[in-house]
Design a protein around this ligand. Structure first.
Ligand code: DUC
Ligand code: ZN
Ligand code: ZN
Ligand code: ZN
Length: 487
């Protein structure tokens, strides 16, 4: 089946041009003005609309077993909701338990993801360290197309790792040409503050942000970057929510460290006042980590995105329904952490970013798709509107409006953190793998239609280069090799 998108304006991370786009057999066959439609082609009228690469959400947790329960959106419902919002690819997380084989866990997640309606890939978390883990990182990069490894600096007594594990794992990732990623919160500090708050009788959701103040994130981001810098490794900080972490990344980049930052759509527009909602369930529905912040942090995040200091936007999509959140009724530390957002990320970014002039349309494409494809090495197969690229496209209606609501969303969760937000800028049509899967409000997601996306490693920084840089380093000043891996 072929599809011709006619009469729109193609927007890529670099330019805008009036062009038609012809898709056939799952890839883009032609981009140019006045293309002919072969017999049997479905023609989509994109007049007045923008034709952009499908969104890539680099941070989701579909059907994640977490904090005594399992996230309510599975790989089918979650990716289908993404398609309705213009997101065609996710990078989810394999999270092995301590002492669990990384490869075995990876196979478990691959099995779960068979039902996905959109394309998917996996970061793999390193939650413990041994020679086996080191070997398995090699197997995953060599045989399974994994080029990123995640580290949780928080969640003590569960999946948190200490600096020793970070050092071992970052060094191994650097050797393999993979990119270490971190959830940057000082888990010891969080644990300490949680005990203190509970001892003071603060047991409700208002305790959640108090136990994870901005400094907790700033410290961990700074530490992760310092460790990466020592080793000459790149580092990608997930869900940057504070001016402190943004500043740490900005400083590091100015010093030549290949540090990247990801921002969640939620943190850009929602602030910490949600935890003071007198309705327990509403406050608890917003419990995620890092938490929502005092409003001024949003300015730093938008500025970081616009300036390119923060490169990607995500959702950390991890949906829990009210009965699941209720597990923490008497103790906020037991509320499953997570919010949903995959369906709304693109519209929220467009409405609050492009329409306000904070982002240009090409910047929008970069932060919702292209930069992720480049950092995680799937460009230009993904993140591009170009001949040979996957036919993952969104036909974006800049004048279309909708009111975000749990009553109408496709996510399998009973709450929406953007409830009632009226957004202008919607996905009118979504094409995934060359198929029209969302058109004028009709969701045609197909269970199992999504494909696993392999992400090859970058060439690693050679040991010799690292040693040369070490010799050139002024005494006492840690510095990243000037010729580090170039995503
Ligand atoms: N934060 C969340 O809110 N949920 C899943 C994991 C995480 O780090
Ligand atoms: Zn996280
Ligand atoms: Zn501040
Ligand atoms: Zn996460």
């Amino acid at each position: 089946m072929s599809i011709l998108i006619r009469g729109g304006t193609v927007v890529t991370g670099e330019q805008e041009l009036r062009a038609d786009v012809l898709c056939d057999g799952g890839t883009i066959k032609a981009v140019g003005p006045g293309l002919d439609a072969p017999a049997g082609t479905t023609v989509i009228d994109a007049g007045g609309m923008f034709v952009m690469p499908g969104g890539i959400d680099p941070h989701t947790h579909m059907e994640l077993p977490f904090m005594g329960t399992v996230a309510s959106d599975d790989f089918f419902t979650g990716t289908a909701a993404g398609l309705a919002g213009g997101t065609t690819t996710i990078i989810d997380f394999v999270i092995p338990g301590p002492n669990e084989s990384l490869v075995a866990a990876y196979k478990t997640w691959r099995e779960r993801a068979q039902k996905a309606a959109g394309d998917y890939s996996f970061h793999v978390a390193v939650t413990w360290w041994s020679d086996q883990v080191s070997d398995e990182m090699g197997v995953l990069t060599r045989d399974h197309g994994v080029n990123s490894f995640k580290h949780f600096m928080a969640y003590k007594n569960a999946i948190m790792v200490d600096d020793g594990v970070l050092l071992h794992s970052f060094a191994r990732a650097q050797e393999l040409g993979a990119i270490p990623t971190v959830h940057a919160e000082n888990g010891e500090a969080v644990f300490h503050l949680q005990r203190q708050l509970l001892a003071q009788g603060i047991t409700g959701p208002e305790g959640h942000p108090l136990s994870r103040p901005p400094e907790v994130e700033g410290e961990a981001a700074t530490r992760a970057i310092a460790i990466a810098n020592l080793l000459g490794a790149p580092v990608y900080i997930v869900h940057v929510s504070t001016e402190q972490a943004t500043a740490a990344i900005t400083r590091a980049r100015a010093a030549g460290v290949r540090a990247y930052g990801e921002v969640l759509a939620q943190h850009l527009v929602i602030d910490e006042s949600v935890y003071r909602n007198p309705d327990w369930a509403t406050a608890a529905a917003h419990v995620m980590s890092p938490p929502f912040r005092p409003k001024h942090h949003q300015d730093a995040l938008w500025a970081g995105l616009a300036a390119g200091q923060l490169q990607t936007t995500a959702t950390d999509h991890c949906a829990f329904c009210a009965p699941q959140k209720a597990a923490g009724k008497d103790n906020f530390t037991m509320i499953p952490n997570g919010t949903a957002g995959i369906e709304d990320r693109m519209s929220v970014l467009w409405h609050h970013g492009v329409r306000t002039g904070k982002l240009t349309r090409s910047e929008f494409v970069r932060v919702t798709s292209t930069n992720t494809a480049q950092i995680f090495n799937i460009f230009p197969r993904k993140g591009a509107v170009a001949v040979g690229a996957d036919a993952d496209l969104v036909v974006w209606d800049p004048a279309g409006t909708r009111t975000i609501s749990a009553k109408t969303h496709h996510q399998n969760v009973d709450f929406n953190v953007f409830e009632g937000m009226e957004v202008t800028g919607v996905a009118r049509h979504t094409i995934s793998g060359g198929k029209l899967v969302w058109t004028d409000g009709d969701l045609r997601a197909v269970r199992g239609a999504g494909k696993y996306v392999e992400r090859p490693c970058f060439p690693s920084v050679s040991q010799a280069q690292a040693i040369r840089n070490e010799r050139n380093r002024p005494t006492g000043v840690a510095r990243m090799p000037a010729t580090a891996v170039t995503p």
